[in-house]
Every structure is written in structure tokens, then in C-alpha cells.
Write a protein that binds this ligand. Structure first.
Ligand code: 5AD
Ligand code: SF4
Length: 348
């Protein structure tokens, strides 16, 4: 069929047209296994069998934004808001590094309480622990991004969320896609390894928009891309919308691997939330990263971007032991290095 031809071209690493990307995203049950196998082959060829574990510390759930899809939106009064003190953040990072994490991801809502200097100090303290640092704190001033990069931050995650400008503006009131993209270019200029990504199954999203998401990730030539299903949160305006489909999410992930052979692609927590074996399936459809929650237990339940988030009860060591087992059962191994972008590997 057409899909077989397109996959053969993808595996020869020829450029796919938007129409071909759309055809892959529309693959039915008979064609899906071939798509997933092609993505798995591309993953093995370009990034190998290593799975990178990134310990994520969600250090504040305050957010000045009001995104329609997110449980942390400022108008959600039912959230018990918390902010971790800088020393709590660095303590949590130290524990995560002692458990073996080689990357610490610092994530929060858009919380101006942590100004440029405060976050810069936290970054440099964590860098002294001998770990790579990824920041994911949203839209900030260029000067702040620059300060944090100088403090040692290696990577920055800023999802474009949706490549459709109208949908973006509707879902993220007061912000625009072009502002978001401008920031992604700043981060690139500042020498960050840049991560972006989008949700799958947003209300109003079409296959064309998903193809545009993938083409945008390719255009940005991102070092990382987080792709996961939309999950409705009852205390938001989208609370009654259906969740994103896990099979469609796997297809988007697989096509992302075909288009971005050397990108780091997480099997997202959202994927693990809509299906009990979601992360495992993600690792077989192109993903090579898992980001376990390393937030102190007393705060974890309050970081409810969406409901039902996997891994809320168990302590991080237990989650890690189970992940190691799962990864080995797939014939893969846990990476021992920092997991910087493999794009740099042959550049001396
Ligand atoms: N469902 C799935 N993912 C969500 N995110 C935010 N809200 C939701 C939701 N309801 C994702 C966004 C954001 C990241 C922190 O979580 O992609 O960038
Ligand atoms: Fe804030 Fe991010 Fe949630 Fe939007 S998605 S409300 S910016 S935490």
C-alpha cells in the first residue's frame, strides 16, 4: 500500500511531504505495526538502545497563565498552591543525583517569584552536583534565559503545544504562537539544547494541524520533543472534552522519530496516564527518554496539570526500580551518560 512506500522512503531518510506525513498519521490498524516498526528501527539506528532517565522536580505550581487545558491555570481556585524553597529544590536534586539521575529537570508554572537571580543560583548549585540541568519554566525575558545559560543550564523545554496559531491563541489566552516561536529561537541562539513538543487530541485539532506540529519540530530541528495526549482536567473549561487517543499519540510519536532521527523523544507521563502500558509502548514506537517524577512526595499530588498522573504514590526509588526492570524487559538499557544531544557526537 501507500504506507509501505512512504515508510521505505522514510527509512532511506528521504524528505517526506506534508501529504505523506498526513498519510502516516492516518494509518489504520493494519498499517500501524509497520509504522511503529520503522520508528523503532530509526530509533535504534540513530540513538541506540540507551534509555535516558531525567529526574523532574516540579518546584512550584503557581502560574500566572490561564491555559484552557491545564489544571494549574490561575483561575483554578481548587489547587493547593506551593512553592519549594531554593534549599528544598537543591536538596531534592541532590537526592535525585544520588539515585543515579544524570539530568535534573526543573519545572514549574510561570511563577515570577523565582526571579532570574534566584533560579540562576539554584542552577549553578545543581551543576556542582555533576548533573545536566534542563529548565522548563515557560515564557521569560531573554536576559533571564541568558543568565541561566551562563549559570550552567544545558537545556530548555518550551513546548509549542499546537502549531495552529488560532488554536494556540484560543487555548493560551493572552499569548501567541509567534511569541512562543521567537523564544524558541532565542533559546537556540543562547546555545541551549532546545526541546519543544505538542499535545495530541486537543479539541479543534485536525490531522493537518498535527502534521504542522511535526513539520514545525523538524523546522526548529529540536534536540528534544515531548509529545503526549491531551487529558481533560475537570476544573478547567475543557473538562468535558474527550481525552487524546493513545494510538494516535503513538503514531505522532513514531512519525516524529522518522522526521527527527537524532532527537530525544520521551515516552511521556501523559501517555502513561491514558494507558497503563503507555510509556512502554512509547519506548517501542520511537521514544528513548523517560522522565520520572522526583518531586518530594508531599508536593507531588498538588502538581495536577491533568488528573490521574502516573506515579503519585510510590517513592522515586520504587518507581526507578520498576522502570529499570521494564527497560531491561524491552532489551534496552539505562543510559549511564548525561544524555546530551547525539547531534554533537561527531563534532570535535
Ligand atoms: N493534558 C495533557 N498535557 C497537558 N499539559 C498541560 N495540560 C495538559 C493536559 N490537560 C502539558 C503541556 C505542558 C506540559 C507541562 O504539560 O504540554 O507543556
Ligand atoms: Fe501555566 Fe503551563 Fe499550565 Fe499554561 S500549561 S497554565 S503556562 S502551568
Amino acid at each position: 500500500s501507500g504506507i509501505v512506500t512512504i515508510l521505505a522512503r522514510a527509512l532511506r531518510e528521504e524528505t517526506l511531504s506534508p501529504g505523506e506525513i498526513g498519510a502516516l498519521l492516518a494509518a489504520g490498524p493494519r498499517d500501524r505495526p509497520a509504522l511503529f516498526a520503522a520508528a523503532d528501527e530509526m530509533r535504534r539506528r540513530h540513538v541506540g538502545d540507551d534509555v535516558h532517565l531525567r529526574g523532574i522536580i516540579e518546584f512550584s505550581n503557581y502560574c500566572r497563565n490561564n491555559c484552557l487545558y491545564c489544571g494549574l491555570r490561575r483561575e483554578n481556585r481548587r489547587v493547593k498552591r506551593y512553592r519549594m524553597e531554593p534549599v528544598e529544590i537543591t536538596d531534592a536534586a541532590r537526592q535525585a543525583v544520588n539515585m543515579g539521575f544524570k539530568t535534573i529537570v526543573l519545572q514549574s508554572g510561570e511563577d515570577p517569584y523565582y526571579n532570574g537571580d534566584v533560579l540562576a543560583r539554584i542552577v549553578s548549585e545543581i551543576k556542582e552536583l555533576d548533573a545536566a540541568v534542563t529548565l522548563s519554566v515557560g515564557d521569560r525575558r531573554r536576559e533571564e534565559y541568558e543568565l541561566w545559560r551562563r549559570a550552567g543550564a544545558d537545556r530548555y523545554l518550551l513546548k509549542h503545544e499546537t502549531a495552529d496559531p488560532e488554536l494556540f491563541a484560543r487555548l493560551r489566552p493572552g499569548t501567541t504562537l509567534s511569541q512562543r516561536l521567537k523564544r524558541l529561537y532565542w533559546l537556540r541562539e543562547l546555545g541551549y539544547q532546545v526541546g519543544s513538543g505538542n499535545m495530541v487530541g486537543l479539541p479543534g485539532q485536525t490531522t493537518e494541524i498535527l502534521a504542522a506540529d511535526l513539520l514545525l519540530l523538524k523546522e526548529l530541528d529540536v534536540e528534544m520533543a515531548g509529545i503526549g495526549p491531551f487529558i481533560p482536567h475537570p476544573e478547567t473549561p475543557l473538562g468535558k472534552c474527550p481525552p487524546g487517543d493513545w494510538q494516535l499519540s503513538l503514531k505522532v510519536l513514531a512519525v516524529a522519530r522518522l522526521l527527527l532521527p537524532k532527537a530525544h523523544l520521551p515516552a511521556t507521563t501523559a501517555l502513561g496516564t491514558v494507558h497503563p502500558r503507555g510509556r512502554e509502548m512509547g519506548l517501542k514506537c520511537g521514544a528513548n527518554v523517560v522522565m520520572p517524577d522526583a518531586t518530594p512526595l508531599q508536593y507531588r499530588a498538588h502538581y495536577q496539570i491533568y488528573p490521574g498522573k502516573a506515579g503519585l504514590e510510590a517513592d522515586t526509588r520504587r518507581i526507578l526500580a520498576e522502570l529499570h526492570k521494564m527497560i531491561h524487559s524491552l532489551g534496552r538499557r539505562v543510559a549511564a551518560d548525561y544524555g546530551h544531544t547525539p547531534k554533537w557526537e561527531n563534532i570535535i
